[in-house]
Design a protein around this ligand. Structure first.
Ligand code: T4K
Length: 384
């Protein structure tokens, strides 16, 4: 038996351990909570559950103007539209889920890729200014894995150039910052409530707007631009969240502190076990930030670790530990973006390296710590 086979035999889990699992209320609690929806026969179009969830999401994050959506991608699409950017360039990062870049494409805007910082994978303000041209209309940074962008750095540059800032905040539900609510920053922030997120409505999302006027515009755009029975003010889209999703959200919001606590415990255990291990680097922790444990990225330096990220990914999969290479490939590698001047690998050395080296380990609130230990044992056993 080869060394690899023996290792797999020793560490293989009986069942697949996924990179994440959604927190769910009991089915009984969900059906009970759906009773008023059934009785009223009101399933969509700003129903009671929608209204209540919208207010509670805003209050939970210490902001005033939240608008619920059917998913984070349509939320971003509308968030961009709401700022009235009709053409030109938007500076963003390639180390993200395809949705970030695609929403620019769908708005007929040209993405300009800026490199990331090596410690937290977010937009590097030191490299941002050189991406700004006379065609730049906005900046779209991404809060990655639950870590926050250097918002002060980015916003200072945006202000100097008179540019709006839209944050892709899909990963930061529940992240706290002693300096104030992260979602209150910029012109628009966009959350995702997908099944793989810390807080879920199955599919869903929200736009957080800087003021009431912008929220009104966003609410109009997400409902076909309809202002009244006989009045359509703009060519909007259907971005509404249904009552079934909003009801699931209300129940999940009741339990979200427990989910966050569970995730933080898992995060702590990973940190205890993996910090300082040869060849591995964990996400930087920033002072004053309470993390949400949305993801557990570990950077694997192939030379120091003795094995590449891809080898680790494959062998862990053979052991039933289903890790994910978020975010490989980079958005700048997709056929339809790779010819952009900013997509050249030499322009994006840190993003290129992160896409080669980062692996996301399983994390979710119900993940038991002995299983976390088994993942760590396996990872460390793989070291060459
Ligand atoms: N911006 C950023 C930075 C994002 O990360 C995302 C979404 C968006 C914008 C767009 O927001 P949305 O439009 O999606 O609201 C997943 C999600 O589909 C995607 O929402 C998420 N980012 C991305 C990071 O991850 P996949 O392709 O990895 O999903 P999938 O189906 O492979 O699921 C991963 C694991 O989660 C599975 O192995 C098991 C578990 N899982 C998944 C689902 C769907 C469950 O246990 N239950 C489930 O129902 O993209």
């Amino acid at each position: 038996m080869s060394g690899r086979d023996a290792l797999i035999q020793q560490h293989r889990l009986p069942e697949p351990l996924y990179v994440t699992r959604p927190a769910l209320p009991s089915l009984e609690a969900y059906t009970e909570r759906l009773r008023p929806v059934w009785e009223k026969r009101w399933l969509a179009n700003a129903g009671d559950a929608h209204q209540e969830l919208e207010q509670r999401i805003a209050a939970f994050h210490g902001v005033e103007h939240a608008s619920l959506f059917c998913n984070g991608t349509i939320a971003m699409l509308v968030g961009i539209q709401s700022l009235g950017i009709a053409s030109g360039e938007v500076v963003t990062t390639p180390f993200t889920f395809p949705a970030t870049t695609h929403t620019l494409f769908w708005n007929r805007l040209t993405p300009v890729f800026c490199d990331i910082k090596p410690d937290d994978y977010t937009m590097d303000p030191a490299k941002l200014e050189r991406s700004i041209t006379r065609e730049t209309r906005a900046i779209l940074p991404v809060h990655v894995y639950g870590g926050l962008c250097d918002m002060d750095g980015i916003e200072a540059i945006a202000k100097r150039h008179g540019l709006p800032v839209l944050y892709d905040a899909a990963h930061i539900f529940g992240v706290r910052d002693v300096n104030g609510p992260p979602l209150a920053r910029g012109d628009v922030s966009v959350l995702s409530f997908h099944a793989t997120k810390v807080f879920t409505t199955a599919e869903g999302g929200a736009v957080i707007a800087r003021d009431a006027a912008l929220k009104r515009r966003i609410d109009l755009l997400k409902n076909f631009g309809i202002a009244g029975e006989e009045q359509v003010l703009s060519p909007g889209i259907n971005g509404k969240m249904s009552e079934l999703n909003a009801t699931l959200g209300l129940l999940n919001l009741d339990g979200v502190e427990a989910e966050l606590e569970g995730r933080r415990a898992v995060l702590r255990r990973y940190r205890e076990r993996l910090t300082g291990e040869r060849g591995l680097t964990l996400l930087s922790e920033h002072r004053g930030i309470t993390p949400n444990g949305a993801y557990m990225p570990v950077r694997i330096d192939a030379a120091a670790f003795g094995r590449s990220r891809d080898e680790v990914h494959e062998t862990m999969r053979a052991c039933n530990v289903i890790t994910r290479k978020y975010f490989f490939p980079l958005c700048s590698h997709f056929d339809f973006y790779r010819d952009l001047p900013s997509a050249r690998p030499e322009n994006l050395p840190e993003a290129e390296r992160a896409a080669r080296e980062v692996l996301c380990l399983p994390i979710y609130g119900a993940l038991e710590l002995p299983l976390v230990d088994r993942v760590c044992d396996l990872l460390l056993a793989l070291r060459g």
